[in-house]
Design a protein around this ligand. Structure first.
Ligand code: GRF
Length: 197
């Protein structure tokens, strides 16, 4: 059994795809043992609660220092003992110690075909704004391992999505989520769970 913790900051549609995949059995041999958000108001936390998954809100804002937040975040992860940490729209810089402790056990979904439109400053709608500004005809999403860099870890899966005439950043973001993110993130987890046996 692969025990996973999902870290979120927003609406949680990627989290929902994972919840649904586990329930339907398309993600095999996996248990979501916790959801952690830096944003107490994240709808993703509601999705976790509805699914009966322990949900935790740990925000840097609630700590007097970054070190105190990092410690609380790591302590919560340690208490849950995850085999894999899934970053699903998690907009927090990870403590370096976390990357050391969970090396090759943290994955992230990025809404472009890395190495395009990634790295510092490329997140959420900004990624799609940059893709449209460059005029690419194809974009997509990438699941990759997390290392010390930003969107630089080993690529696990990618899926291409067509850019359409008249696309706005919002329309493109939605298509990339529906046609790529919600497919390859569950698929990557299923592959890792299968490898764990
Ligand atoms: C998505 O755009 C995803 O590509 C990015 O953050 C957003 C998360 O959305 N990593 P949601 O919270 O999963 O709906």
């Amino acid at each position: 059994m692969l025990n996973i913790v999902v870290c979120v900051s927003g609406g949680g549609t990627n989290l929902q795809a994972i919840i649904d995949g586990v329930e339907k059995g398309t993600i095999r041999n996996t248990r979501i043992i916790g959801v952690i958000s830096n944003n107490a108001g994240a709808y993703a936390l509601e999705r976790a609660k509805k699914a009966g998954i322990p949900a935790f809100s740990i925000s840097p804002k609630n700590f007097e220092s970054r070190e105190a937040f990092n410690r609380a975040f790591l302590d919560q992860l340690e208490a849950l003992e995850p085999d894999l940490i899934v970053l699903a729209g998690f907009l927090v810089i990870l403590p370096e110690k976390m990357i050391e402790v969970y090396r090759d056990r943290i994955i992230n979904i990025h809404p472009s075909l890395i190495p395009s439109f990634c790295g510092t400053g490329y997140y959420g709608l900004k990624v799609h704004e940059a893709a449209l500004a460059r005029g690419v005809k194809v974009t997509g999403a990438t699941v990759h391992y997390v290392d010390e860099g930003t969107d630089t870890g080993k690529i696990i899966l990618q899926k291409a999505v067509e850019v359409l005439e008249g696309d706005t950043p919002e329309l493109l973001q939605r298509r990339v989520m529906e046609q790529a993110e919600w497919i390859i993130l569950p698929k990557a987890i299923d592959q890792i769970a299968g490898a764990k046996g």
